[in-house]
Write a protein that binds this ligand. Structure first.
Ligand SMILES: C[S@@+](CC[C@H](N)C(=O)[O-])C[C@H]1O[C@@H](n2cnc3c(N)ncnc32)[C@H](O)[C@@H]1O
Length: 335
């Protein structure tokens, strides 16, 4: 049985995501209490939720930290709290992302004894794998800006003393120049406000010849079948605002070159769902997107409910279809 995180409803495609919706509907780090059905009037029309760092996995603690530290809380137009962290970890356990993780680790090709850095480690799924590869003579440093994600990552990696998970911002890495053989990030850089700064930091902490691996998604590549094409288009366009750098893979070659990293290759690791069970990527995304796009004003609550109901109907008829094209990018640091 696919493990459901606590407090995440298991109703088929349930739009009972009010607590998630509430996180989309705040203009400050003082999030509204979770719970309650539907989307409150207060949440509607918040076209510009406060910029917060990070995709699925932001939390209240981090938001407070960012504000208290007086920094520009850098990044995307999405606020992630503890609930979002739980959903993000559920997505990471979906079959689609297990397959993706295997492909990624195979390409990263870590060797025993290597020193590696993960940016935005979330619940520590990749750090765990990396820990197994490098072994006790190596070291894995994993950072995430979210305290609750780091708590989850520490728990997951507890058996590896050589995997160190700590709260940190990828824009300001607490590591020495040339310290790592490899640096990697998965679904993180698209939320980084200052991309140039992020790549400067990545290059700085890599040794000469060190490798950099990234997965980011071209959301423009999403095909999500609905008989109501106009509504689906508004939903996908509304969702595109959740990233700071939309379709990041398309600009990576140039950004890498400017930073002194040489692109080796890019390839797709596509996701295709022809049903919408809990073990599929789109099941979880379908829990997130409607609330977000209602908050953005792209569709109203009734339209969002109707869309979710349509997914269930399409699934029942065997006509459900979702596809998306995340891109794996591999580069090395050149002297
Ligand atoms: C979509 S999740 C991906 C987590 C993990 N890489 C995975 O694939 O399971 C993105 C993560 O990046 C983190 N994050 C966002 N901005 C960050 C930043 N500036 N520095 C460090 N972590 C950040 C978020 O807190 C979140 O846990």
């Amino acid at each position: 049985m696919f493990p459901l995180p606590s407090r995440v409803s298991s109703d088929p495609l349930g739009l009972r995501t009010a607590s998630i919706v509430s996180t989309f509907c705040t203009r400050s780090n003082k999030l509204r209490p979770a719970g309650g059905e539907g989307i409150s009037d207060a949440c509607r029309g918040v076209g510009n939720p406060i910029a917060m760092i990070g995709p699925l996995g932001f939390n209240r603690i981090t938001a407070t930290w960012a504000e208290e530290s007086g920094r520009e809380a850098a990044m995307s137009n999405i606020v992630f709290d503890e609930e979002m962290g739980r959903i993000q970890r559920a997505i990471a356990e979906s079959h689609d992302l297990v397959v993706r993780r295997n492909t990624f680790m195979e390409t990263l090709n870590l060797r025993t004894g290597e020193k590696v850095l993960e940016l935005g480690c979330g619940g520590g799924f990749y750090a765990f794998e990396a820990g197994q590869f490098v072994g006790p003579t190596g070291h894995v440093s994993a950072i995430d800006i979210s305290a609750n994600q780091i708590a989850a990552a520490r728990e997951r990696c507890a058996r590896f003393a050589w995997v160190e998970c700590q709260i940190g911002n990828l824009l300001d890495l607490p590591y020495r120049d040339g310290e790592f053989d490899a640096v990697y990030s998965v679904q993180v850089l698209e939320y980084a406000g200052d991309l140039r700064k992020a790549f400067r930091e990545i290059r700085r902490v890599l040794r000469d010849g060190g490798r950099f691996l990234n997965i980011s998604t071209n959301w423009s590549s999403c095909v999500w079948y609905s008989e109501n094409k106009a509504r689906m288009r508004r939903v996908l366009d509304g969702w595109s605002a959740h990233e700071t750098h939309r379709d990041l893979p398309a600009i990576l070659a140039g950004e890498l070159r400017k930073a002194g990293l040489q692109l080796l290759h890019q390839r797709a690791i596509p996701i295709v769902n022809t049903s919408i069970g809990e073990n599929s990527f789109s099941y979880w995304i379908a829990k997130l997107i409607p609330g977000y796009v209602v908050g953005q004003g792209a569709v109203n609550k009734e339209e969002a409910d109707a869309l979710v109901a349509e997914f269930a109907e399409l699934d029942q008829r065997g006509e459900y279809f979702f596809s998306l094209t995340p891109i794996l990018t591999e580069a090395i640091r050149i002297a």
